[in-house]
Design a protein around this ligand. Structure first.
Ligand SMILES: Cc1cc2nc3c(=O)[nH]c(=O)nc-3n(C[C@H](O)[C@H](O)[C@H](O)COP(=O)(O)O)c2cc1C
Length: 182
């Protein structure tokens, strides 16, 4: 059974990125489980590179919550707005933590991430070409962990709700998750 984890990385609730992701998710089959986590509700401590501390203690608090949700998912959707041509700071922090989780023995992170699929959903105010770096970093991150990379759904908007005027993005959203059915 599929289980989608939506990692919401906007610094505001119910922004364009989240609205686009929720629109796309409505097309998922009813039996697909969904979990929505707004990173603002689960702030991570400032990242510290502890990969080489041996052994890494099992995570606690918000870090454990995010690790457990990540491992429980079959599909991870990074729903981050475009900030300075890449993901938001909370999204980047979440991804930085992946590198520590690779060293948590109990997590078996690399082996358990490999069968999963990584997706992206992003709203941006300017031209979609500005999302090249974001698309590249997510694709390369998937490749690094030997995950399947399913691409980024892009939509346009500046203030919350603008995404509803991007009818082309809404139409793309309605079939974006279709490959998940096979
Ligand atoms: C810190 C910051 C940086 C941004 N950088 C870009 C950018 O590089 N390119 C762009 O097109 N829009 C940029 N934007 C605009 C947002 O991507 C846009 O408002 C988007 O709709 C926000 O998504 P949200 O509604 O999900 O929060 C930026 C906005 C902020 C607050």
């Amino acid at each position: 059974m599929s289980r989608f984890l939506f990692v919401l990385g906007s610094s505001r609730r119910d922004g364009n990125t989240e609205q686009l992701a929720r629109h796309a998710a409505r097309a998922l089959p009813a039996d697909v489980e969904r979990q929505w986590l707004w990173l603002g509700d689960h702030p991570l401590p400032t990242f510290a590179d502890t990969r080489h501390d041996n052994p890494l203690p099992p995570p606690t608090g918000n870090e454990k919550l995010l690790l457990d949700a990540t491992l429980a998912a079959t599909d991870i959707v990074i729903a981050s707005p475009l900030y300075w041509y890449t993901v938001s700071n909370s999204t980047k922090a979440y991804l930085d933590y992946w590198s520590n989780w690779l060293r948590v023995r109990e997590a078996d992170f690399k082996a358990r991430m490999a069968p999963k699929t990584l997706w992206g959903v992003t709203a941006l105010a300017e031209d979609t070409s500005q999302a090249e770096a974001l698309e590249g970093m997510l694709r390369r991150s998937a490749e690094y962990l030997r995950m399947r990379w399913a691409g980024v759904l892009l939509g346009n908007g500046s203030k919350p709700g603008d995404i509803r005027n991007d009818t082309e993005a809404l139409t793309r959203a309605e079939t974006f998750f279709l490959p998940a059915r096979v």
